[in-house]
Design a protein around this ligand. Sequence first.
Ligand SMILES: N[C@@H](CCC(=O)N[C@@H](CS)C(=O)NCC(=O)O)C(=O)O
Length: 227
Amino acid sequence: MTSQHSNAAQREQLAILTTFRRVPPLAVGHVRELRVRWALEEAGRPYQVRLIGSEDQQSPAYRQLQPFGQIPVYEENGLTLFESGAILLQIAERSTALMPTDEAGRASTKAWMFAALNTIEPHVLNLDDLDFFSAGEEWAAQRRPALEARVSKRLAELDNWLKDREYLAGQFTAADILMTTVLRALQHTDLVAQHPALHAYHRRCSARPAFAKALADHMALYDPSGQ
Ligand SMILES: N[C@@H](CCC(=O)N[C@@H](CS)C(=O)NCC(=O)O)C(=O)O
């Protein structure tokens, strides 16, 4: 095989992450492509980025990749996946950096991946939605305490779980990537900081070099001036 051919083969195998070319300032640092970048960095998996605009979101071709026109989309070795949780599971299944090798650890990792997306994230997003899109409305001020209480209840439960654990499923896994990126959406509040074990966990995960690299690449794309 010539070097030209082997380069072409390498290019073919490079994973592709599809994300938005531009996002609103409010979303910078929080777009779900960040989760995928972080997982790929932890797994030591090189990838290329494909950028799309709002016009692509509507196209029938893109809807074949992502039926809801959203990002991220992930492609590797002929597979195409949407849903950030499913993408992380796919990457984690092929990397011991993100998924334990024993049956119990794998089961626990998957349970915590779902917990991040299904038990924690909906409450966090409800609060975000109110804070970012309805702040100042009288009804929002009335509604907020109940939404915050729901988030706080879950955070207290997470805090309790993490009191004698470094990571959700024992070792660092894809579940920690999902949970940390979900918790990032509370950055405009002090809710995480109110829970010492959870706060320490969040800082521990966010201090990982793979996260720093993923975040730097994310910021370079969306906010080159803020680097
Ligand atoms: N559950 C999906 C949500 C994806 C999602 O909401 N992506 C946002 C960017 S972070 C998006 O594409 N928003 C544009 C839209 O929904 O049209 C996942 O986890 O991948």
